[in-house]
Design a protein around this ligand. Structure first.
Ligand code: ZN
Length: 306
């Protein structure tokens, strides 16, 4: 189950990452906890029964935004989009209703688990995953396992402070990666560059700016070059620290492909010991449309097996 601010995507997933069936349950984020969760539980029951697979349902994986406490599965913060979920445990409620183990994780860890099990991460045993979207999330994989930290909050890669006197971040710190390489940051940077040259500065999407970069718009190219340099700084620090095999870029911005990957690769040597950087793969995630569902399932399978 992939919870978002306006819907929950529910899929019946097999061990190889095949999606046998899927459905979307609309969510009214102003409703209370039970009214949000119960329709999702009915949807799971219905899907499993219709496919004659109720008895073969071995676990439920749930992905949500926010900080999810390891063990209890309680969402302890960062889920402002669906306030009723804050402070509550989806595994507790859904496990009770459906009678199978339920594992919850934040959507970035889910995405990392999805790439590890079914996507670009399959050929690596250690990598950093970074989702570039409206915000920036992260996941860390060591020895083919998600590393969740002491309480489940590890890998907030978007909140590595890269410039102590930089832009104020909503986490309380300054100069966080998220302020320079998220979708809104890319849009703002491109606009600022246009304004400086006294050019019309319409609000474009990151995808439109990437298309312009591909078409030779030099300010769009510069925008992605700067964005790529910030990402390279963050990844260089991570790689020096952890000696990983790869960094996988996911989320909407990663669909810009080489427009964003090439500058990251080019700037990375400025931020890393050459010997540590040698042979490191900087690549795009493979899963796209169903990444949320597959990731939620993957992290549940991983923990079930553990
Ligand atoms: Zn921050």
């Amino acid at each position: 189950v992939d919870f978002g601010g306006s819907s929950a995507k529910v899929g019946l997933v097999d061990r190889r990452g095949g999606i046998l069936a899927k459905e979307t349950v609309p969510i009214d984020a102003r409703e209370d906890f039970e009214r949000i969760v119960e329709p999702v539980e009915s949807c799971i029951e219905g899907l499993a029964k219709r496919h004659g697979d109720r008895g073969r349902l071995i676990a439920i994986g749930v992905g949500t935004p926010g900080f999810i406490e390891e063990g209890s599965g309680r969402i302890v913060g960062g889920c402002e989009n669906i306030p009723a979920l804050q402070g509550r445990s989806l595994p507790e409620h859904m496990g009770g209703a459906l009678g199978v183990p339920v594992f919850a994780d934040n959507d970035a860890n889910c995405a990392a688990a999805g790439e590890l099990a079914f996507g670009a991460g399959r050929r690596f045993s250690s990598f950093a995953f970074i989702t570039l979207g409206t915000g920036i999330g992260g996941g860390l994989v060591f020895n083919k396992r998600i590393f969740r930290g002491a309480r489940g909050f590890a890998a907030e890669i978007g909140h590595m402070s890269l410039d102590p006197s930089g832009l104020q971040c909503n986490c309380g710190s300054r100069g966080c990666l998220e302020q320079y390489a998220s979708g809104p940051a890319i849009v703002a940077l491109y606009q600022e560059k246009r304004k400086k040259r006294e050019l019309p500065a319409p609000i474009l999407s990151p995808k439109e700016i990437a298309d312009r970069a591909r078409g030779g718009d030099s300010l769009a190219v510069e925008t992605f070059d700067e964005t790529g340099r910030w990402i390279a700084q963050a990844l260089g620090t991570l790689l020096n620290l952890l000696n990983l095999e790869a960094c996988i870029l996911g989320g909407g911005i990663s669909q810009a492909g080489d427009v964003v990957l090439e500058p990251v690769r080019r700037h990375l040597p400025d931020f890393i010991w050459p010997i540590v950087g040698a042979g490191v793969s900087i690549i795009a995630a493979h899963l796209s449309n169903d990444a949320g569902i597959l990731g939620a399932a993957a992290q549940a399978l991983e923990r079930l097996e553990r």
